[in-house]
Each structure stands twice: as structure tokens, then as C-alpha cells.
Design a protein around this ligand. Structure first.
Ligand SMILES: NC(=O)c1ccc[n+]([C@@H]2O[C@H](COP(=O)([O-])OP(=O)(O)OC[C@H]3O[C@@H](n4cnc5c(N)ncnc54)[C@H](O)[C@@H]3O)[C@@H](O)[C@H]2O)c1
Ligand SMILES: [Zn+2]
Ligand SMILES: [Zn+2]
Length: 367
């Protein structure tokens, strides 16, 4: 079939929205008619050419929501008509990692996905007979896409696609850091660095987990106001004094749980240093620049602080994403305030510009 899609033709150049071909689903695959897709930093990072593992041409987009239109042979977990979210982090439920509750990093299709192929080593996307590679296994800046069955999460059909699509990456990354990686306990004190979608999600996750005090740092007053709306109790402009500010608010001990959602290694260090002596856990969600390292004085570890990190908030997507969508539908999770702009597919480059200017939190493309 013919679909309209935003193609990354050349690094550093605007995406080109055009008509390309999408083949039907093969065994174990699902054809999804996309309704909405959030625009995330990783899309921009790849488009810019800064990601050394990036390739072109490809169809970007990995925060997609849509309706299953067709299924390949052997697909049993979803049916045509189901509303699903795309999962760049799949869950096969069978591999060693999927069977462990210690990680969400499914091993089933990693290699082919990283190379831009579906699990059988081919693509469903093409143009004039030439294959176009998939991106993050999702390629959701398009009217439709084909994904492995293990890379879709079925959500309540009542979930509005242009809202819950944020659960396909950014929101779940932050919420999950609190719920599935740190396992924040009720009554605890948390400190969150960064109040973009990931940091705001971490604040929301700490709140859901029953944290008593949530301290949040960001460079933008506007974002700090959003953090307060999500449940932050103390907010500050970030900077060199952040560690002391947390120590001051916690009787000199530090926070039980800290979260880093800026991608800046200096801020990661602050998040380690303001974690509580004895048991403080620092969870890193931000992605640092290529080659950058985290500098930590080992004494911080000897005295009981720990450092964790996770991709996609440690969430096993097919299990957790539907639960989070449920929390949203039940009014326990505010996802709507994360969405600050809507654009049609043709506005994808505009969405990148908004992100570069830090205008708003999420732009959602609707098809
Ligand atoms: N682990 C994952 O699976 C995953 C998924 C998505 C995004 N990420 C990463 O998470 C990070 C955050 O993503 P986002 O979409 O929220 O980004 P964002 O750019 O919207 O937000 C980052 C925020 O950090 C703030 N900040 C900058 N310097 C600071 C400082 N010194 N102290 C406090 N705050 C400071 C900025 O003001 C900004 O609001 C990025 O590094 C992104 O690549 C990781
Ligand atoms: Zn993302
Ligand atoms: Zn698996």
C-alpha cells in the first residue's frame, strides 16, 4: 500500500514528507494504522547525524499510537481494530531477560532492530523498489507501519491516541524510573533533576508511589511550575548549589531517591551526591553525549549510595504500558498537560524546531 511518511533523507536536513510503499505484515507481524505520534529527542538526535549508529534513508518516529489494521500469520495477542502503542523496547515474554523481573531489555529482536530491519532481516518500507530501513523498530512518523507483534502494547480502546502516545517513550521513561527501577516507597523524599517530559514523568511516578517530598530542579521557571502541578513540593532553578539545597532540606542526609533526566553528566554527578548516605538510590534516565563519562567519588558508594539506570523506565512494555494508560483513564495520571503542541505530519520539522527552542514539552503529530 501507499503511505505518507516523513523520511530522513540526509542527516542535518529537514525530513521530507512523501509517499512511499508499505508491504503487508508477514508471520508474527502487525500492520498498524497510526493516529498520532509524539516527537522525541531521539528522533531529532538521529536526524541531526549526531548518533553514530544512525542511518538514512529511514522513517523516524517511535512514540506512536494507532489501530491494528491487519495481522500476519500466528499473531494472537492483538486483532484488527485493537488500539495499540508502538514499543521501541519490545517484550517477547520468552527470552532470558523477559523471564527475569530484573530488566526490561528483551533480547529477541535487538540485532535486527538496531540495523533497521524487522526480525526476518528485511524491511516492509520501500520506494521505487528500493528498501527503506525502519527506525527503532517502529517508524511511526507515517500513516501506517508494520511492527513485530512483540513490539505493540494493546491499550484500552477508550484511550485517546494523541494523549497516550506519550506513554510509548517519554512519559513511561520517567514514570517507570520511579515505579519500576527505583521502586520508590511511600513516605520517601525524592529529588528529580530536569523537568522535560522524562523528569516530569519521574515527578508523576514519585507522586503515584506515595513520596512525601519531591524536590525538582530545572532551568526553566515555566517547567518548574509544571513540576509542581505534577506533585513536586519544592522546586529550584538548577545549578552549582543543587546538592547543598537537597542536603539542607533533608537534615544534611540527602534524598532517598534521586533521578537524573537532563542528559548532562555534571547533573548526573549531582544526583549521585545528593542521594542519601546509607541507602540513597540515584536513577539515571538521561542520555549523555557520545564519549562522556560520569565522574563519581567512590566514597559516595562505600557509604551506601547506589546508582541505577534504565531504558524506557525499566518498563516491560506490553505489561506496563496498558496499566499506565489505565491510570490515565482513571484520572490518576495527568498526561494531557505534557502535550503542548499538535501538528499534522507535514509539520514534523516545525515540531523539531519547537523542541530545539524548548518551546513546550511534547509536540504530537496527528495523522
Ligand atoms: N532512558 C531512556 O530510555 C530515555 C528515553 C527518552 C529520553 N531520554 C533522555 O532523557 C533526557 C531528558 O529527556 P527530556 O525529553 O525530558 O528532555 P528535555 O530536554 O525536554 O528536558 C531536559 C531538562 O533538563 C533541564 N536542565 C538542563 N540543565 C539542568 C541543570 N543543570 N539542572 C537541572 N535541570 C537542568 C532543562 O531545563 C530541561 O528542561 C534526555 O537526555 C533524553 O535523551 C532517555
Ligand atoms: Zn523517545
Ligand atoms: Zn524477550
Amino acid at each position: 500500500m501507499k503511505i505518507r511518511a516523513a523520511v530522513l533523507e540526509e542527516f542535518g536536513q529537514p525530513l521530507v514528507v512523501q509517499e512511499i510503499d508499505l508491504a503487508g505484515p508477514r508471520p508474527g507481524e502487525v500492520l498498524v494504522r497510526l493516529e498520532a505520534c509524539g516527537v522525541c529527542h531521539t528522533d531529532l538526535y538521529t536526524a541531526s547525524g549526531a548518533d553514530p549508529s544512525g542511518y538514512a534513508p529511514t522513517v523516524l518516529g517511535h512514540e506512536g499510537a494507532g489501530i491494528v489494521e491487519a495481522i500476519g500469520e500466528g499473531v494472537e495477542s492483538v486483532r484488527p481494530g485493537d488500539r495499540v502503542l508502538t514499543l521501541f523496547s519490545p517484550q517477547c515474554r520468552e527470552c532470558l531477560h523477559c523471564r527475569s523481573d530484573r530488566t526490561n531489555l528483551c533480547l529477541a529482536i535487538r540485532e535486527q532492530q538496531n540495523l533497521g530491519f524487522l526480525p526476518d532481516g528485511t524491511t516492509r518500507l520501500s520506494r521505487d523498489g528500493e528498501p527503506i530501513r525502519h527506525f527503532m523498530g517502529t517508524s511511526a512518523f507515517a500513516e501506517a507501519t508494520v511492527l513485530p507483534e512483540i513490539a505493540v502494547a494493546k491499550v484500552d480502546p477508550a484511550a485517546p491516541p494523541d494523549v497516550v502516545c506519550t506513554l510509548a517513550c517519554g512519559a513511561t521513561t520517567g514514570i517507570g524510573a520511579a515505579l519500576y527501577v527505583a521502586h520508590v516507597e511511600p513516605g520517601s523524599t525524592c529529588a528529580v533533576f530536569g523537568a522535560g517530559l522524562v523528569g516530569l514523568g519521574a515527578v508523576a511516578g514519585c507522586k503515584l508511589a506515595g513520596a512525601e517530598r519531591i524536590i525538582c530542579f530545572d532551568m526553566s521557571e515555566e517547567r518548574l511550575a509544571m513540576a509542581r502541578a505534577q506533585g513536586a513540593t519544592d522546586t529550584f532553578v538548577g545549578g552549582a548549589g543543587a546538592v547543598d539545597q537537597v542536603l539542607e532540606l533533608t537534615g544534611g542526609f540527602g534524598a532517598d531517591y534521586t533521578f537524573e533526566a537532563t542528559g548532562n553528566v555534571k547533573v548526573m554527578r549531582q544526583a549521585v551526591e545528593c542521594a542519601r548516605m546509607g541507602w540513597g538510590l540515584c536513577t539515571v534516565a538521561g542520555v549523555a553525549g557520545k564519549g562522556e563519562t560520569l565522574d563519581v567519588v567512590p566514597r559516595y558508594l562505600i557509604t551506601g549510595r547506589r546508582i541505577a539506570g534504565a531504558s524506557f523506565g525499566g518498563a516491560k512494555g506490553r505489561d506496563r504500558v496498558p496499566e499506565l494508560a489505565r491510570l490515565y483513564l482513571d484520572g490518576k495520571l495527568d498526561l494531557e498537560s505534557f502535550i503542548t503542541h499538535h501538528r499534522p505530519l507535514d509539520g514534523v520539522n516545525d515540531a523539531f524546531e519547537l523542541m530545539e527552542r524548548q518551546d513546550g514539552i511534547r509536540t504530537v503529530l496527528t495523522f
